[in-house]
Design a protein around this ligand. Structure first.
Ligand SMILES: Cc1cc2nc3c(=O)[nH]c(=O)nc-3n(C[C@H](O)[C@H](O)[C@H](O)COP(=O)(O)OP(=O)(O)OC[C@H]3O[C@@H](n4cnc5c(N)ncnc54)[C@H](O)[C@@H]3O)c2cc1C
Length: 417
């Protein structure tokens, strides 16, 4: 006989990528009972976003989470340098140029960012993580999502209190769809969206830092020239991450190339990077996705589920966390969660207050993504020229730094308590 349990809770979070885990962390001392459902039992993909913006560090500090990231081995990056393929500096920025509390990015492997949030989330005595469990059997009602029924794995760990249980019917007051670009929550609620598939995928490689690579400022170094662009990005624990926009037809080359062939291809884009010993990490088709709405009744979408973007400006995960900070501030107190009207009104206030700013972020991101995607020497030369102009003008450079640090858009600065 199948043993089933009913599990009422304040908040159900579907997905435990960065967005879902960050939210579970942010809610840990608000008194809510939180159920989180994650279908994968594997670590998050290590090649994805690993740099947290200066403004996001303010949010982590407010959530009492920042120190846990340093303890997990996070490192600081102080700026970015853009060069021609020959190494001529086009634009050099340092976050120390602007008066902000944390004039540096924090970087840590993607899966370790997720794990750090998860460990903090588990401090909530009313937090239950169902993993692996796929969210697909939703019951809808006039209030939005009435329940989600999941099947627990026959083998492997199950949460305390669910030892001999096979099926759990989760009955939440509020649902957060943090289930990524192919969101099931988005699908069942019938959210419509616009999407754009970029032509050029990104190939990510890793490399060990050499003693000669030592750079105390830990800048991202991006090179652009007639053969395309390439970025050498600091990766924690003495490594680099190397991101290259390529044509689809080049995937075969990058899969099969010998070390010597790869070095030659890298040297054509940036002579300075020729000595890197690359290890192929993965290929990423790039998509923009923007839902027309974020909220339906008691349910809200967050992260890539509602705003996936080109990694050109390293924003997807950062924007998700900045939105979550606004969402968390607007959520009803635990005593008000039983009132479905209050829950819906707060979610609506979140959508109307924050979505317009994110629509603008997506447009700006798409412009930069489009420049990278084009792989057109004329477009690359125009971008290089724009960077030269910014570098030569103090006010433009200041604005560029504020924007890169996360303070330049309409999403604003976290409220200081
Ligand atoms: C190469 C690359 C580099 C990037 N670099 C940066 C960067 O430098 N800075 C930055 O800010 N962003 C960057 N990004 C983007 C960033 O990684 C993403 O925006 C972010 O990770 C999205 O997080 P998410 O939690 O919304 O979605 P996801 O990470 O996709 O997480 C969704 C989770 O939901 C789970 N799930 C899905 N469906 C179900 C279901 N039905 N039931 C249960 N669970 C489900 C999935 O298993 C997954 O764990 C990069 C992306 C790529 C590809």
């Amino acid at each position: 006989m199948i043993r089933s349990e009913t599990f009422p809770c304040d908040v159900l979070i579907v997905g435990a990528g960065i967005a879902g885990s960050a939210l579970a962390c942010a809610l840990r001392d608000r008194g809510y009972s939180v159920a989180q459902v994650e279908m994968s039992d594997r670590p998050l993909d290590t090649s994805r976003g690993d740099h947290l913006q200066c403004v996001v560090l303010e949010i982590l500090e407010q959530w009492g989470a920042l120190q846990a990231f340093w303890d997990a081995g996070a490192e600081r990056r102080h700026g970015a340098t853009y060069c021609t393929d020959k190494g001529e500096v086009l634009l050099n920025i340092d976050y120390g140029m602007v008066p902000i509390p944390h004039p540096y990015y924090l970087y840590l492997h993607h899966e370790m960012i997720g794990d750090t949030f998860q460990k903090l989330a588990a401090q909530n005595p009313h937090y239950v993580l169902f993993r692996p469990a796929r969210a697909r059997e939703f019951e809808l009602g006039p209030e939005g999502i009435r329940s989600l029924t999941i099947t627990l794995p026959e083998v492997g760990p199950v949460p305390e209190g669910f030892r001999n249980t096979q099926r759990v019917n989760i009955r939440p007051r509020l649902v957060v769809g943090a289930d990524g670009r192919s969101s099931r929550v988005r699908e069942v609620l019938g959210f419509t969206f616009e999407e754009h598939e970029y032509d050029s995928p990104i190939v990510v490689n890793f490399a060990k830092r050499l003693p000669s690579d030592e750079d105390q400022r830990n800048h991202v170094k991006s090179f652009m020239g007639p053969n395309g662009s390439i970025s050498r990005i600091p990766r924690a624990f003495g490594n680099w991450k190397v991101g290259i926009t390529i044509r689809k037809s080049e995937i075969h080359f990058w899969k099969t190339a010998t070390d010597k062939m790869r070095k030659r291809a890298i040297a054509a884009k940036a002579a300075e990077l020729e000595s890197l010993e690359l290890e192929l990490a993965g290929f990423y088709p790039v998509k923009l996705l923007n839902t027309h709405r974020w909220v339906a009744g008691n349910a809200v979408l967050v992260g890539d589920a509602c705003h996936a973007m080109h990694p050109a400006r390293g924003q997807g995960m950062n924007v998700a966390i900045r939105c979550l900070a606004k969402l968390v501030d607007l959520l009803p107190d635990v005593g008000e969660m039983a009132d479905a009207d209050i829950v819906m009104r707060r979610l609506k206030a979140y959508e109307s207050g924050v979505k317009p700013a994110i629509d603008k972020v997506l447009i700006a991101n798409h412009v930069r993504g489009g420049e990278m995607d084009a792989l057109d020497p004329a477009v690359i030369a125009a971008t290089a020229e724009r960077f030269r102009r910014i570098n030569g003008d103090d006010e433009m450079r200041r604005r560029y730094v504020m924007d890169a640090a996360g303070y330049g858009d309409a999403l604003g600065v976290p409220e200081r308590s």
